[in-house]
Structure formats: C-alpha cells, structure tokens
Write a protein that binds this ligand. Sequence first.
Ligand SMILES: [Zn+2]
Length: 289
Amino acid sequence: MSTKRYTVLLIPEGSHTVRRFGLKRSWLHLAAGVAVLLVVGVSLLAYDYWRLGFDRGELARLQVENRTQHNELQRLTASLEGLRQELVVLAQNDAKVRVMAKLSKPKADAVAGVGGPPEEDVAGEFSAMQRQIDEIMQAIDLRRESQEEIQGFLNDERSLFGAKPLGKPTNGWITSGFGMRKSPFSGRRKMHEGLDIASRTGTPIYATADGIVSRSETAAGYGKLVVIDHGYGYKTYFGHNSKNLVKVGQRVRRGDKIAEVGNTGSSTGSHVHYEVRRNGVPLNPWKYL
Ligand SMILES: [Zn+2]
C-alpha cells in the first residue's frame, strides 16, 4: 500500500516541543522535479557561457584570417593587373610588327578593354579575378596565334629573299643590255631578253638565288644552257656556256658554281647570256644585280 502523506517531525535541541509537518507525497515529487530542472538549467547556462567564450576566440581568429585573405586577394589582383599591363604592351608591339609585315590587324583584343569599378565583397573580388584571368588567357592565345602568323610570314619572306635573283652571275663586263637592239646576226631590230656579260671561257658562273635546276642542256640559240627555278615564279637563264656543271633536279644555293663561261650557240664571243624571268616574262636583270 502506498502512502499518500508523510509526517515530518522536527525536534529542536533542548526543546520539548515537537514541530510536526504534514507532507503530501505529490509535493515531494514536485520538489524533486524542480530540483532536477534547476540542475539541468544551470548546466545548460554554464555550457552556453563556455561556448560563447570559445566562439568569441574563434571569431577573432576568423576575422584575422579573413583580413589576411583579403589582403592576399588584393595583392593577387594587383599582380594580375600588372600582367594585364604587360600584355597590353606586348599587344602594342605585336601590332607594330604586324604593320611592318603588312599583316592585317588581329581579332579584337580583349585585354585592351578590361576595367570597371573595384569590387567590394570577397565573392565579387573572386569573380572579378576570374574574369581577369580569363581575359589574360584569351589575350595570350591571341598573341600566340599572331606570333605564329608573323613567324610564317618571316619564313616566307626569307625564302622569297632566297628565291629573288641577286648579284652578277659571273665576273666580267656588261657588253649588251636588256631591250631592243640590232641583232648581230640578222641586223634586224630584235628584243634582247637578257644581259650579256663578257668573260674569258672557263670563268665560273654562279647561281644568283636558291633554287632547283630545271634545264641543263643545249638549246637553239642559247647553246649550252642552265635554267634554275627559284619558286615564286622566278627563273634564271644562263646561256652560251662552255660547260654545264649541274643536273636537272639538282638543288642549288645562291653562289653555287653551276657552269663555265663559253661561246656556244648563237654567240659572237665568250660571254654569259643572263636572263631573269618571272612567270615566264623576261625582266631587266639590271634590277637584280
Ligand atoms: Zn644575250
């Protein structure tokens, strides 16, 4: 049987009176419940207080870290800006070289038009940085393309320079120029399509540009003839030779010995008949000496 009520007796020392309290069982339960709640509440408060202190330290640490990162970001942005400036200078130099090479302008330069207000928040700073990086990459790609084009152009220029006849094919006196003249054979006025350079038989004849021998034979009028194909439409002819020293298909460089001066074919004395043709049209070799 459970008891519903308790009786508490208080007997003060040295006294004869007894104090008596009646306690309901439910009151005791209530008191125990309140005590438990108090303990839990105080514990929670203490924990919160401890956490708060911890968080405050963490916050300070994060603030320092944030400031450091912000400074780092600004430094990075500044060096990106430096890179961009250098690319602008590169682009300007590139444009100058292209003008000199008479190449067309490259596609619109992204790098020249970067800018805008500074970003306030870190996310904005990051996206601005990403944008700058993208633009710099684009600009680098553009420069690379342009440089490759310039390189190709220079290679062409070099081979064109190598292909263009230059200088005299042999030592000697120019005895007859390019143009209309009275033929020494028929006496009629006739076009002389080359330059005659008189020299002793056996004097070396040199190629005046890089190329490939396209003829090495005896031809009507020319006698022993060497023709060199230089590409770009250029061909040079060397006639009346005493000896041809090259074969058809042979590759020659400017300055290579290709034949010796002679008096073969329709010739009135030992000389080289030198022609420069472009796309089959005889040009005045004077302009190429
Ligand atoms: Zn001639």
